[in-house]
Design a protein around this ligand. Structure first.
Ligand SMILES: Cc1cc2nc3c(=O)[nH]c(=O)nc-3n(C[C@H](O)[C@H](O)[C@H](O)COP(=O)(O)OP(=O)(O)OC[C@H]3O[C@@H](n4cnc5c(N)ncnc54)[C@H](O)[C@@H]3O)c2cc1C
Ligand code: SF4
Length: 516
């Protein structure tokens, strides 16, 4: 029997439910988590839209739209299947849970184990029975086995274990095509005169349009440009995106994985744009991996692209989740380089910078709440690292403006990888780079007022100056790190170090004022 989603507790029939199943906004899959064994006849399904968290911070409008609209659509599909479905708007989760318990004091409360530490504490406080989190491919025990006795946590090592354990791209006990990793072939700069396939537009339906019409008035703090058709808000849309990627982008994924053309040329490059759906549950990683392997088996997909993509899903994504669990709730506060600068104005305003690479990246985020991993790492995080922005401030900003941000994925990517704030517990070297890297992987420098080759003088690229200044300020921390010691020793050959330090001071001042 088809039902309608109800939004008030008073509208719910007071029958005795077998269980209340709480579905978080990042667990929107019918076959996993708390819904796997749900029974439409006897269970009450509950969603909570936390109004307090939506108004307390400055979220990107597209992120807010995507999360709410996906959840509302998903709640509708459950009601249509016959579930009694309650979609409660509440000032906080606490308030929502308290109301629920008042109405159903003795009913068993079930939820899938959440991915984030904070949510876990909350569900435990309200006595939810937790069902194993199966939204990832690696059970907790398996990750713990991999960690056991290790002093270093190399992703590559974890990834090879995953390939063998899941029997993916294997030829017996050896990697298919003889290599575990085709990274060396996957570092091409953006090509000239290349036709990037257009991106898939996701049509807006009534639920989307009603939400878009209300968003700015309901949540006046929202940042960024209004939702366009970049992001799907239903499982059907997410599956279309998966198929579109496999048909149009998969074969070129590998070689241009790290390339940064201007967003006006291609904002998607050959990336899949699947992270929002993988992270809110509309797609399960097992479905994505299976579809990619099927496509590869049909032929015409180079191994570099297939292996590169598979590594992101069964390697990086699972590794980051496992490391987040391993490091625990205090990890997000790490600040081992004692970085204490406030967030620079340019992060919130693409017009507050003259650096072309940064301007275009921030503008792309304003437009769609997304850029791929290289601008995230080598432009945004690199700039925050070199300028010593406080990790928690940068983490908060990244979490607010990206469509796919969740604590479990942002924290290790920023604290461990982007800002090296954990002193190397996760990554063996900081991802610090001067303008030369950006110049090689993008087309920005030719239209920028700065010169990536110069480290001093008015035309010096801020990345280049600040890269050397960063090494200089952290000599002690890095001189014994074999992966970066050579660059640190390079400081001794710089004849213009005094001038460089002065230029760096000037840049800090100008960056803080939003002038450079
Ligand atoms: C500083 C920094 C912050 C990041 N923050 C996030 C974040 O908040 N949420 C997020 O999902 N990804 C994050 N990433 C990883 C990566 O940038 C995005 O997953 C990717 O850009 C999403 O676009 P896509 O789906 O087109 O990815 P593709 O390039 O097509 O890759 C396929 C999938 O691999 C997974 N993946 C790849 N790299 C990572 C990684 N480092 N960590 C986790 N998953 C990965 C994602 O699920 C992604 O959808 C971050 C990376 C960096 C360097
Ligand atoms: S010169 Fe420097 S600031 Fe300008 S685009 Fe190149 S890397 Fe960015």
């Amino acid at each position: 029997m088809k039902n309608q989603v109800v939004t008030e507790l008073s509208e719910i029939s007071t029958q005795q439910y077998k269980a209340i199943r709480f579905i978080a906004m990042d667990q929107l899959h019918r076959n996993y988590g708390a819904l796997r064994q749900a029974d439409p006849e006897n269970d009450l399904i509950v969603f909570i839209e936390n109004q307090g968290s939506l108004t307390k911070r400055v979220w990107h409008i597209q992120r807010t739209f995507f999360l709410i609209s996906s959840t509302r659509h998903f709640a509708e599909t459950l009601a249509e299947e016959g579930f009694t479905t309650l979609y409660l708007k509440s000032e906080s989760f606490e308030e929502g849970f308290e109301k629920l318990i008042q109405a159903f004091p003795v009913t068993k409360r079930l939820a899938a184990e959440p991915a984030s530490h904070r949510r876990l504490a909350l569900l435990e406080k309200f006595d939810f029975q937790l069902i194993e989190n199966d939204f990832f491919l690696t059970p907790k025990e398996i990750f713990k086995e991999w960690l056991a006795g290790r002093k270093t946590f190399l992703m590559e090592n974890f990834y090879r274990n995953q390939r063998k354990r899941l029997n993916i791209l294997m030829d017996g006990d050896q990697p298919l095509a003889g290599e575990w990793n085709f990274d060396q072939s996957n570092r091409l700069a953006p090509p000239k005169n290349y036709q990037w396939p257009p991106y898939l537009a996701h049509k807006r339906d009534k639920v989307d349009l009603e939400l878009i019409a209300q968003l700015r008035t309901t949540y006046p703090n929202l940042w960024g440009n209004d939702p366009d058709e970049s992001w799907a808000t239903t499982r059907e849309g997410a599956l279309l995106q998966l198929d579109y990627f496999l048909q149009n982008h998969f074969s070129g994924f590998g070689p241009y994985e790290d390339a940064i053309p201007p967003a006006s040329e291609s904002w998607q490059v050959h990336h899949s744009l699947l992270s929002p759906y993988l992270n809110n549950g509309l797609l399960h990683p097992a479905e994505v991996v299976e579809a990619a392997l099927n496509k590869f088996e049909e032929g015409n997909i180079p191994i570099e692209s297939c292996e590169g993509f598979i590594r992101q899903i069964i390697g990086w994504r699972e590794y980051v989740f496992g490391m987040y669990q391993h490091f625990g709730p205090e990890y997000r506060k790490e600040n081992q380089l004692s970085a204490d600068r406030k967030l620079l104005p340019l992060f919130n305003n693409s017009k507050a910078t003259q650096m072309e690479c940064v301007r275009d990246t921030i503008e792309a985020i304003e437009n769609r709440a997304w850029v791929h991993h290289i601008p995230r790492l080598m432009i945004l995080s690199n700039l925050a690292l070199l300028t010593g922005v406080k990790p928690e401030a940068f983490l908060d900003w990244m979490s607010e403006v990206f469509i796919d941000a969740y604590d479990w994925v942002m924290v290790p990517n920023i604290i461990g990888m982007g800002l090296h704030a954990d002193g190397g517990a996760m990554m063996s070297k900081p991802y610090a780079a001067g303008g030369a890297y950006i110049s090689r992987m993008s087309k920005y420098c030719s239209s920028c007022k700065f010169n990536p080759k110069l480290r001093v003088g008015e035309d010096a690229c801020p990345f280049t100056t600040l890269y050397w200044d960063f090494l200089d300020r952290h000599r002690e921390a890095f001189i014994r790190n074999p992966r970066i010691a050579q660059q640190v020793r390079g400081l001794d050959r710089l004849k213009d170090l005094a001038e460089l330090r002065k230029r760096a001071e000037f840049l800090f001042d100008q960056l803080e004022q939003g002038k450079i």
